[in-house]
Design a protein around this ligand. Structure first.
Ligand SMILES: [Zn+2]
Length: 568
């Protein structure tokens, strides 16, 4: 039998006490139950805890601290650990010991000399005046009187003034921690009196490690994907993550699956989000709206979907700007997102994120919850930035097709590649008027081909000219390729009724006619007909287009684009 040393015995006793303490708080939320009790247990804030530990070791504790940072990142928790550490009666170097009377009193919420003020509910100057009077009395039992003022930015101006007077001449027995989520609202005079620590959103890996640890101790079996989603959902707030895990544990019994988390959060699979981004990249409105519709029909929450989309696009933005991208990606996800990031210019990515971010907040007030999402999608595809296509092409990996817009345009770009030199174009164009004359207006198919061909050859240039006048009209006309040229009438084939309507508006029509005439060197009028591009559509696609064209959302989106055009 191995003899029990004093050290081992002490450790066993300590661990048993901790266990019983934790067991006795089963009714508490996880975040309270698993609240860190030492600096080492604080997750993701090493830059803060290490500095504080060093200060404790070298007795360089100051009288006023400012802890700033997002909610749920450990500000008050760290303040309480500091309160224990400065008053700890233990003789170890790395305080708090969590064993002495002082440490226990703080842990159990009965420390007389630890005063916590929630400025969010005590905004009056009286509370601070009260603090000013009482702070001068010596602590009852502890070495230091410790004040934690949470949400300190909520104090009124006069309360701040009163606080400042205390900060200017703090009694030697007092330590104050001011905690805030909004440090910019704190007067500079107060800031200058504090040693400031900025708490950061907790990195995903740290959060997952912490959740994994809690799960093990709680006897929960949590799928890795479920943990990942919980952590990601909590966007840097450990408190949110722990609360979520807590809810899931009572919901799912001993095992927590990704599907359960998704059901509980109303999230869609990340595959749907990934596909949606692909449709955005290729400006495929029909597929995108279809995807949104299916996700909603499958029970996804529109706000959640929008949030996930923003999160994903943000990932692409990081990918584009830092090359490494977000830290939480697997190699596979990284490759996939790198590919998608190349389909967007930085400008377009930024404006798309803004659109969906706005959609996330608009969902609450929308008459139909998915409407803002659909509008954002349409708007994001209607106004691609000028350099999108070229950027996408030049960045694409060899062998990969550049993102295509719609089939109509693919035809055009195909022709652009075969486009003859300007010189031969002019030579070829010459016979055209003659052939029209020969047939005396009754134009045969062959006769009409030459001016049509010439128009098609110049189409890219015409689009560019229209774009400089009004990029929204250009976005519409991209999907309305020329179908025929008869005399001075150019017939454009619109894929959707609202495109036709838009082009028939006087302003748009005149703009298009002017640019066509200018580049073709002769006066043209335009006429718009409705119909699919000849022979290029499968019936299913045509049906999809038809139902899309009837969708009021698409119309609304276009009108939105039209309005923006008016502002320019
Ligand atoms: Zn202690």
């Amino acid at each position: 039998m191995v003899p029990l040393t004093a050290k081992t015995a002490a450790r066993i006793i300590r661990s048993a006490r901790e266990d019983s303490r934790r067991r006795s708080t089963v009714s508490h939320a996880f975040y309270r139950k698993w609240r860190p009790r030492t600096f080492a247990e604080v997750v993701g804030q090493d830059h803060v805890t290490q500095t504080l530990r060093n200060a404790l070791k070298h007795s360089r504790i100051v009288h006023a601290y400012l802890f700033s940072g997002p909610r749920g990142t450990g500000k008050t928790t760290t303040a309480r650990i500091l309160a224990k550490a400065v008053n700890c009666l233990g003789d170890r170097v790395d305080r708090p010991c969590n064993e002495c009377l002082m440490c226990e009193a703080v842990d159990e919420g009965r420390a007389i000399d630890l005063i916590e003020i929630d400025a969010a509910s005590h905004t009056g100057v009286d509370d601070i005046r009260d603090l000013r009077e009482k702070i001068n009395f010596a602590p009852s039992v502890a070495r230091y009187k410790f004040y934690i003022i949470d949400e300190v930015h909520m104090l009124s101006g006069s309360a701040f003034n009163a606080l400042l007077k205390t900060l200017e001449e703090p009694p030697s027995h007092a330590i104050m921690v001011l905690a805030t989520t909004e440090p910019h609202k704190i007067p500079a005079t107060v800031l200058s009196r504090c040693q400031r620590f900025d708490f950061r959103p907790i990195p995903l890996e740290d959060m997952m490690a912490r959740l994994r640890n809690i799960a093990v101790h709680e006897g929960l079996e949590v799928q890795e994907g479920a943990l990942d989603l919980v952590a990601r959902q909590s966007t840097g707030s450990m408190r949110d993550a722990e609360s979520l895990l807590d809810q899931l544990s009572s919901y799912g019994g001993g095992e927590i699956t990704l599907a359960q988390v998704q059901t509980m959060l109303g999230t869609v699979s990340s595959q749907a989000v990934k596909d949606l981004v692909d449709h955005l990249a290729s400006c495929d409105v029909a597929a995108g709206l279809g995807q949104i519709g299916r996700a909603i029909a499958d029970g996804a929450d529109p706000r959640q979907l929008s949030k996930e989309l923003v999160e994903y696009l943000r990932g692409l933005l990081l990918m584009k700007t830092t090359t490494l991208g977000p830290s939480y990606l697997t190699e596979e996800q990284r490759t996939e997102m790198a590919r998608q990031a190349k389909s967007f210019t930085l400008d377009r990515l930024v404006s798309t994120i803004k659109l969906f971010n706005q959609a996330t907040t608009d969902v609450r007030d929308a008459s139909r919850p998915q409407l803002p999402l659909e509008l954002a999608f349409v708007e994001a595809t209607l106004s691609p930035e000028p350099d999108m296509e070229s950027a996408a092409t030049s960045h694409s990996a060899p062998g990969k097709k550049p993102p295509k817009r719609m089939e109509g345009e693919k035809t055009i770009s195909g022709q652009v590649e075969r486009r003859p030199s300007r010189f031969s174009q002019e030579a070829e164009a010459k016979p055209a008027p003659a052939s029209v004359k020969e047939h005396g207006g009754a134009v045969t198919a062959e006769g009409a081909m030459a001016p049509l061909k010439r128009l098609q050859d110049n189409w890219t240039e015409i689009l560019a000219a229209i774009k400089t006048s009004n990029r929204h009209v250009e976005a519409v006309i991209r999907d309305c390729p020329p179908a025929s040229v008869e005399g001075d009438v150019v017939t454009l084939r619109a894929r959707y009724p609202f495109h036709k309507e838009k082009l028939e508006e006087d302003r748009s029509r005149k703009l298009v006619e002017d640019d066509i005439s200018k580049i073709m060197g002769q006066s043209y009028r335009i006429k718009c007909i409705l119909g699919p591009s000849a022979g290029r559509q499968d019936p299913e696609r045509a049906d999809e287009m038809k139902s899309l064209a009837e969708d009021p959302v698409v119309k609304a989106g276009l009108e939105l684009g039209g309005e923006i055009g008016g502002v320019q």
